[in-house]
Design a protein around this ligand. Structure first.
Ligand code: DHB
Length: 302
């Protein structure tokens, strides 16, 4: 059941509720995007796609640790052409679809955005922050390169969102967010996974095939909250939180920090797709008739 007071506005897009499927999970096929939409997600974000198909890294690609999952997939995807068809399936089912893209150069992002627009997405999320993809990881750490990519992709026909890293050592992350906003981004998504690794003491080797990966789940929620809180003080465009959300209370905390909505990912592997309904019900009962807008950023008040 949808309650009216869960509706949120992200720039020109109205979401039926503030929960989005995070990029990278169940976002490859039209059928799975449709399934997540029907499980009450407010919007679904596709897996990040590139111009050409990519195989990704060799395994193991995911490791479970006591404090969350570490994954190092290597951005495997079937390329934009195949993905366009899958998006059309999800759009035909009535889903609000966000197309996640990544590339090496500003022109790649511009071209991918154009192709996503043709496929009918409601917004494009520029993944500038995969934590372990060499050069591809560095764009969102730098205000200049972020500006260049956003300016090249900006198109009046489709809103641009920018997904930034959760790397705590980037002192200029607020500057990157401001730069994305001034270049025309309509929303900032914070945070991507946090660089991490796991080592097998018996084998005396790193566990992941790629050695390092990105940590997600509960452990990164305080990191996400801090970055959303800091960026909210400096930018006016909506912020979409991400990182460790598994309950209505978690999403409300992100909203109090300044987010308008939030992406849900890792918890799905434990709790399945019912999590969207559960988070919405819990958030709704916390709101107790109030609008999300009334709570947004409230933790900043003295
Ligand atoms: C991958 C991409 C990401 O953006 C991320 O946060 C973690 C992993 C990947 O495909 O390897």
């Amino acid at each position: 059941m949808q309650s009216e007071n869960l509706q949120v506005q992200i720039g020109e897009i109205t979401l039926r509720n503030p929960t989005l499927l995070a990029a990278g999970i169940l976002g490859l096929s039209g059928a799975s995007l449709k399934r997540v939409w029907r499980s009450n997600a407010g919007a679904v974000v596709t897996k990040s796609v590139s111009q050409e198909p990519r195989e990704g890294y060799s395994g193991p690609r995911v490791v479970e640790t006591p404090c969350g999952l570490i994954n190092s997939m290597g951005l495997p995807n079937p390329g934009i052409e195949e993905t366009q068809k899958e998006i059309e399936i999800a759009k035909d089912a009535g889903a609000t679809v966000i197309g996640s893209v990544f590339g090496e150069k500003a022109e790649d992002f511009a071209d991918l955005t154009e192709k996503m627009k043709k496929a009918g997405v409601d917004a494009v999320e520029l993944n500038l922050s995969c934590p372990h993809a060499g050069e591809l990881s560095t764009i969102g750490r730098n205000p200049e390169t972020t500006k260049e990519v956003v300016e090249a992709s900006k198109d009046p026909g489709v809103p641009i969102w920018v997904k930034l890293p959760g790397n705590t050592h980037i002192s200029s992350l607020v500057e990157v967010a401001k730069s994305a906003e001034s270049a025309g981004a309509e929303a900032i998504v914070l945070i991507n996974t946090v660089p991490a690794m796991a080592i097998d003491a018996t084998a005396e080797r790193p566990i992941l095939g790629h050695k390092t990966g990105g940590l997600s789940g509960h452990a990164i929620k305080p990191i996400g909250l801090r970055l959303v809180y800091e960026v909210y003080e400096e930018v006016d465009v909506p912020i979409i939180g991400s990182g460790g959300i598994a309950s209505g209370e978690d999403i409300i905390e992100y909203i109090l920090a300044g987010a308008s909505a939030a992406e849900i990912g890792t918890v799905i592997s434990d709790e399945g797709l019912d999590i969207f309904e559960k988070i919405c019900e819990e958030a709704s009962s916390y709101l107790d008739g109030r609008e999300i807008e009334e709570l947004k950023g409230k933790a900043h008040q003295e």
